[in-house]
Write a protein that binds this ligand. Structure first.
Ligand code: FES
Length: 291
């Protein structure tokens, strides 16, 4: 695993795009490597979900979603960050998407899907006064992927505050994150990538029958991980892209898939693979040739 750097190197790239209504939008680009994006997105979605919105803006349409509560899931799998709330979910590709155990995603598509540009923005009105703050992401084809809306001092709930009476304290999150991620004036507040804490997961989806029997596998993994005293999260997940030979289990640290996992095999996976580093070849997926 590559070393985690707490210092973000500033790109010093500022782009101003005039708007047809007289104002302009100012973008300040920042490093969009996986560790940097993971740290920022974890801070936003897991720790400040109550302050931010997420959506998409194009001429003629705006989608803006708020978090009704802390996300139920915030996980990195095969390059995609997945965030699941009670009522909606999102995916954002922040690392190469290999395409599951068979690495099916062609190189060109991997590049196209992954965030290739990220920038903090401020929208200025015709008088040159900033009126909204956020973060934009683009993929490898320069298409806008997603916008994160940061707290706006001119807005309270659905209401615009009276002119001349903004609540400037609401800019605190923007200033803090800009200092870390754009200007590199403060370190990232994590010592490791917060989205790469190791986990072992069992698929609960139905296509890889008999994955409906996931609960005994989950229980066995959990008991074995606890017994071994490992700092590894045991979790369930949706489809793990095998879709046969279930129950299917995935270990995030070295991207290993296992199929036909029984409770006994689950225990062996923990004791032999996670503890001793020896993979269980008989259950490894894709199958390993014996010749
Ligand atoms: S449905 Fe379980 S791996 Fe796809």
């Amino acid at each position: 695993m590559s070393e985690f750097h707490q210092e973000v190197t500033p790109l010093n790239r500022v782009v101003k795009e005039p708007s047809l209504t007289g104002g302009y939008i100012e973008y300040e680009d920042f490093d969009c490597s996986c560790d940097v994006l993971s740290s920022l997105l974890y801070t936003l979605f897991q720790q400040n979900w109550h302050q931010v919105g997420v959506g998409h803006i194009v001429q003629g349409g705006v989608l803006e979603l708020e978090f009704p509560a802390a996300p139920k899931i915030c996980i990195l799998y095969d390059g995609y960050l997945t965030v699941v709330t009670e009522s909606w979910h999102l995916h954002l590709c922040i690392e190469a998407n290999l395409g599951g155990p068979h690495c099916k995603t062609p190189l060109e598509l991997r590049k196209q899907r992954q965030v290739s540009r990220a920038a903090f923005y401020r929208r200025f009105n015709a008088e040159g006064i900033p009126r909204s703050w956020g973060i934009d992401f683009w993929n490898g084809a320069s298409e806008n992927l997603m916008t994160i809306f940061l707290p706006n001092p001119y807005v309270e709930g659905e209401n615009l505050l009276p002119e001349g009476k903004p609540n400037l304290a609401k800019l605190e999150l923007y200033e803090e994150l800009r200092d870390i991620y754009v200007l590199g004036k403060k370190p990232i507040p994590f010592h490791t990538n917060p989205l790469k804490h190791p986990y072992i997961s069992v698929c609960t989806s139905t296509r890889c029958l008999p994955s409906r029997k996931w609960q005994p596998i989950f229980d066995s993994l959990k008991a074995a991980v606890e017994k071994a005293g490992l700092d590894i999260e045991v979790r369930t997940s949706g489809c793990l892209e095998v879709c046969k030979l279930g129950p299917v289990v995935f270990y995030s640290e070295d991207k290993t898939w296992y199929t036909r996992v029984s409770p006994e095999v689950a225990e062996n996976i923990v004791n032999e693979h996670l503890v001793q580093g020896k993979k269980i070849i008989e259950h490894y997926y894709p199958p390993v040739s014996k010749t």
